[in-house]
Structures are given as structure tokens and as C-alpha cells.
Design a protein around this ligand. Structure first.
Ligand SMILES: Cc1cc2nc3c(=O)[nH]c(=O)nc-3n(C[C@H](O)[C@H](O)[C@H](O)COP(=O)(O)O)c2cc1C
Length: 191
């Protein structure tokens, strides 16, 4: 797949086939995704890979009740109340795999570095016929001490990008149009 095509056709996927993703494919995706630039070439990332749908469903329930508990203090979350109250809603969209990208806390730019790895991973997965979705709702639960202890995440790493992967149930999705964006300045004008 051409890079331009991959960038423009990638969509967040929220429906998945009930089909596991081979471990060697996951490994290859991660090994390639880390060929990203990073501030001072620190490469400040680390990974957790979870392939247990039932466990992810339990994690989803924890995340939902946590999000509901802070909703009153966080007005921008209000529009998700109905979703979070829906017992059938799984924040991981029933995907077979969750890859969490962690970044070193003591590296000031590590969130940017890890976000580049995240985009690499999503594009590489798409090229491989896999769908992905970045799950911001999972940020807190992946940073909880229970999750971190269970998955050997050192204290000096924080969650940057929880990303689900799997074979998409729908492959043809309409592009999400890009919004108009400002170019604040361009010295040569008019482009
Ligand atoms: C930081 C971040 C957090 C996101 N969190 C969620 C999420 O919790 N659940 C979800 O379904 N999609 C989530 N998304 C996906 C966005 O909704 C999606 O990228 C956006 O609607 C544009 O659609 P596209 O990815 O198909 O182009 C997140 C994306 C980003 C970059």
C-alpha cells in the first residue's frame, strides 16, 4: 500500500472479526513502529500487549465506572454519559488485542515520541489488513497500579497510547473529512 493511500484510508475501527492476530505479526508491527524519531534519540517507549478479551471487558467496566465517577467534575465528559452507562458498551470495542505504549516520565518530550510510534503502528497495521483505534478512555485504567503491577510496568513509565487492534469487520468506511485548518503564516503567501 502506498504511504499516501495508507494515511488517507486509515480509519478508527470499532468492529472486529472474532479472529486472533498472530503473535509474529504483532511483534513485526511493534518492531517496525519503533523506527520513529525521538527527542535526543531517547527512544523512551515500552509496551504491554494484552490478548485476552474477557480481561479487557473487565478493564472496560472499571474504566467506565471510573469515568462516570469523575463526570460531574469534568463537564467535557458529559456527552459520553449514556455510552458509559450502557452495559453493552465496551471501551475496547471487543477487539482481540490491546497494545499500550508507555513513555518515560522523566523525558519531557516522550509523549510526542510515543505518539509518533502510535501513528506508525496504526498505519503499519492498516497496511497489514488490521484495524486499530486509539482508546483515550483507557488512559487511566492502564495507568492504575493494579494494571501496571500485573504487567511489569516500571514506575517511571506513564501511559501514552492504548491502541486496540484486530481484523476489521467493515473494511470500507467513508473518509472522515478534514476540517479547514489555519495556516498562521507562510512567508511566500497564497498557498
Ligand atoms: C488521543 C486519541 C484518543 C482517542 N480516544 C478514543 C476512544 O477512547 N474511543 C474511540 O472509540 N476512539 C477514540 N479515538 C479515535 C478518534 O475518535 C478518531 O481518530 C477520530 O474520530 C477521527 O476518525 P479516524 O481515526 O477514523 O480518522 C481517539 C483518538 C485519539 C488520537
Amino acid at each position: 500500500m502506498e504511504l499516501v493511500e495508507a494515511i488517507k484510508s486509515r480509519r478508527s475501527i470499532r468492529r472486529f472479526e472474532d479472529k486472533p492476530v498472530p503473535g509474529e505479526i504483532l511483534r513485526e508491527l511493534i518492531d517496525t513502529a519503533v523506527w520513529a524519531p525521538s527527542a535526543s534519540n531517547e527512544q523512551p517507549w515500552g509496551f504491554v500487549v494484552v490478548e485476552d478479551r474477557e480481561y479487557m471487558r473487565a478493564l472496560s467496566e472499571m474504566a467506565k465506572s471510573d469515568l462516570l465517577s469523575v463526570m460531574n467534575q469534568t463537564p467535557e465528559l458529559g456527552r459520553y454519559r449514556t455510552l458509559m452507562e450502557n452495559p453493552d458498551f465496551n471501551i475496547f470495542h471487543n477487539a482481540p488485542v490491546l497494545v499500550v505504549i508507555y513513555g518515560r516520565r522523566d523525558r519531557g518530550l516522550s509523549r510526542y515520541d510515543c505518539s509518533i510510534v502510535a501513528q506508525n503502528l496504526m498505519l503499519l497495521a492498516w497496511e497489514e489488513g488490521l484495524g486499530t483505534c486509539w482508546i483515550g478512555f483507557a488512559q487511566k485504567v492502564c495507568d492504575s497500579s493494579e494494571f501496571r503491577e500485573m504487567h511489569n510496568v516500571p514506575e517511571d513509565y506513564e501511559t501514552v497510547a492504548p491502541i486496540v487492534l484486530g481484523y476489521p469487520r467493515f473494511t470500507s468506511q467513508k473518509p472522515v473529512p478534514r476540517k479547514e485548518f489555519p495556516i498562521f503564516f507562510w512567508s511566500e503567501g497564497n498557498l
